[in-house]
Design a binder for this molecule. Structure first.
Ligand code: GGG
Length: 351
């Protein structure tokens, strides 16, 4: 029997609520599919920062390497810790520290979820976001801080290895799916980094003659995701472009309560991190209003990554069996609490 050790990082705000709701559902699946899931709850969060002066221990990334996967809720409580500290010192530190270079985010409408678009044509987008460099590299600084001469520099870093590996992952996914790949650029304005991105796209494309590549400027694909999402399949984008586009992806699939993500290192050897795309939503925390489906979907991505494919498929079927009935949390127009909606999914799975 396979036994997996999972690092559970509920984080802040509604992160705690969605994780506490989702974890029992995954444990039910483990029992049904005869594998072990041993969770270790790690209290790394803004609360940890207030108590200890850091979001996680200095050897936090090293500790995570002992696990098979990381399941994360949400990060950030801006009233207590500035967002640029909480995000960079926990979420981004884990992504960069474990070299989780790919952030894969699926966008499609679950059964019964109407979505906000007028068109009812089904869409199924997989956005592959570069996850360790680009605009989120953290390179830069401030000089003359607080003075009249103050200057802030934030430098985007695009390395050949970093761009190539995320593009290659995108092409691999496109090859397995429809054979279509959209490469997101802005090379008319960003004449260094994005021209380089385009050149790398052409170079990697040469190894995938059966994948049809379309190059879109980021503004054009943002509009297309709303006006004609059915024309898109695999999208590959830089860190910031991918972050923004996947919020559009979340919006067209019904909201941030549905959007899931997998942070992975395609080379293997380290645990992947699986999380809902949404943040900690301090305005609704502690009220049982948070939608647990993004976290459950992220759980399915984690099970798939652990090669527990049957369990992952059962979870997605159970989620859609519930959404098809119209049951949901208030963001879905329903009246269920976070825990009640997750429990409904668990009930569909049975004992
Ligand atoms: N679910 C993790 C979380 O709190 N995400 C919020 C966020 O701001 N994420 C930024 C990012 O994905 O780069």
């Amino acid at each position: 029997m396979n036994n997996y050790r999972i690092a559970l990082l509920p984080g802040d705000g509604i992160g705690t609520e969605v994780m506490e709701a989702a974890w029992p559902v995954l444990q039910t699946l483990a029992k049904q599919h005869n594998f072990g899931l041993e969770g270790a709850w790690l209290p790394w969060s803004c609360d940890h920062y207030q108590r200890h002066g850091c979001m996680m221990p200095a050897d936090g990334v090293e500790q995570l390497k002992a696990f098979d996967a990381i399941y994360l809720g949400a990060v950030g409580l801006p009233a207590q810790v500035p967002d640029h500290i909480s995000l960079r010192d926990l979420l981004l530190a884990i992504r960069q520290g474990l070299d989780l270079s790919v952030n894969a985010r699926p966008h499609r409408l679950l059964a019964g979820v109407p979505g906000p678009l007028r068109s009812t044509e089904p869409f199924d987008i997989l956005c592959i976001r570069e996850n360790t460099e680009g605009e989120y590299s953290g390179a830069g600084g401030r000089v003359h801080q607080g003075g009249d001469l103050e200057v802030a520099v934030e430098t985007s870093i695009f390395t050949r290895a970093g761009v190539e590996r995320v593009l290659r992952h995108g092409f691999e996914q496109a090859r397995k799916r429809s054979g279509r790949l959209a490469s997101v650029t802005k090379s008319n304005a960003q004449r260094h980094s994005m021209v380089f991105w385009d050149e790398m796209t052409d170079r990697v494309a040469a190894d995938y003659p059966n994948v049809k590549v379309t190059r879109y400027h980021v503004d054009a694909i943002a509009a297309r995701m709303i006006t004609a999402p059915q024309t898109l399949d695999v999208i590959v984008a830089s860190n910031l472009f991918g972050d923004i586009l996947t919020d559009i992806g979340a919006a067209i699939q019904g909201g941030l309560g549905f959007a899931a993500s997998a942070n992975i290192n395609p080379a293997g050897g380290v645990p992947g991190m699986f999380e809902p795309v949404h943040g900690s939503a301090p305005d609704i925390m502690g009220k049982g209003l948070a939608n647990p489906l993004a976290t459950l979907w992220a759980g399915a991505l984690m099970l798939e990554h652990l090669r527990e494919n049957a369990a992952a498929a059962d979870l997605m079927t159970a989620i859609e069996t519930v959404t098809a009935t119209g049951a949901g949390t208030p963001d879905m127009g329903g009246s269920l609490s976070t825990g009640e909606l997750a429990e409904k999914v668990r009930t569909v799975l049975g004992n």
